[in-house]
Design a protein around this ligand. Structure first.
Ligand code: HEM
Length: 227
């Protein structure tokens, strides 16, 4: 009975998550595709006339980031991991490619153009991009080495990072709803903006590390045997 509830809860949770992130995914996909197709005509403030490399980098970044945000939940679905290993693997490689394009595109844009918020936003987002690339590489490497406990841990780190961009918008939405935007401005240089440069991924990664330490490896091993 318990296992039936558990196996029904996971697909519901994954679908609910996809539903929640969908407006942001759609926004990012629309901006990315329109930027690549129409360039200047989109009126995006991120488009720089004549600067092909940063333009392509940032718009590819948005489109691939959208796909990554949408698909990442599927990897957590135990039923797919257990019974549809090919799908899990295919989705894993699609996510890996998207993580590379998203991270590299964002990093290229920072290096060539810089962010709207200046130095601290450059630093916060560059660290985010480097982590995304490094964590995606580790996730795939550990899977190829059949080190399943380690693979699972890296995959959870990648999940946290992939959700980070959505969380960034959620933090802003909540903050503006609660305070009207105290300590935040259009140049992204307010105290809240400065904290936000790191707060959409670092605290969540830290909580995950604490959970790894708290959760006995023995319990994880029993999960692994079923993979
Ligand atoms: C996880 C998936 C991600 C998605 C869906 C995503 C999506 C987006 C979108 C839609 C924008 C345009 C914002 C707007 O003007 O409305 C954007 C901007 C940007 N993103 Fe990402 N992003 C993701 C991950 C990352 C990563 C990993 C980096 C780190 C390198 C990054 C760096 C940037 C930068 C530097 C900008 C421009 C900031 C500015 O100057 O306004 N993003 N992203």
């Amino acid at each position: 009975m318990f296992s039936r509830i558990r196996s029904a809860a996971m697909p519901c949770a994954v679908l609910a998550m996809m539903f929640l992130v969908w407006p942001f995914v759609r926004h990012a996909l629309d901006l990315g595709v329109a930027g690549l197709r129409d360039g200047d005509a989109t009126g995006s403030r991120l488009y720089v006339p004549g600067a092909d490399v940063p333009n392509i980098a940032i718009f590819v970044h948005m489109a691939s980031g959208a796909v990554l945000t949408l698909l990442v939940g599927l990897q957590l679905w135990e039923g797919i991991r257990r019974h549809r290993m090919r799908l899990h693997r295919l989705n894993g490689y699609v996510m890996f490619t998207c993580a590379m394009l998203t991270g590299a595109g964002g990093l290229a844009y920072i290096a060539l153009q810089g962010t709207i918020g200046g130095l601290w936003m450059d630093v916060g987002f560059a660290l985010y991009g480097l982590l995304m690339i490094g964590v995606a590489v580790q996730t795939v490497r550990r899977a190829q080495q059949h080190r399943i406990v380690a693979h699972r841990r890296w995959a959870l780190r990648l999940f946290v990072l992939a959700m980070g961009s959505w969380l960034y918008r959620v933090h802003y939405g909540l903050w503006y709803a609660l305070t009207g935007g105290v300590a935040s401005n259009d140049a992204f240089t307010g105290a809240f903006d400065l904290v936000q440069n790191f707060a959409f991924y670092l605290p969540y990664l830290l909580l995950l590390e604490l959970w790894f330490r708290w959760r006995p490896v023995q319990r994880e091993m029993s999960v692994q045997t079923s993979l």
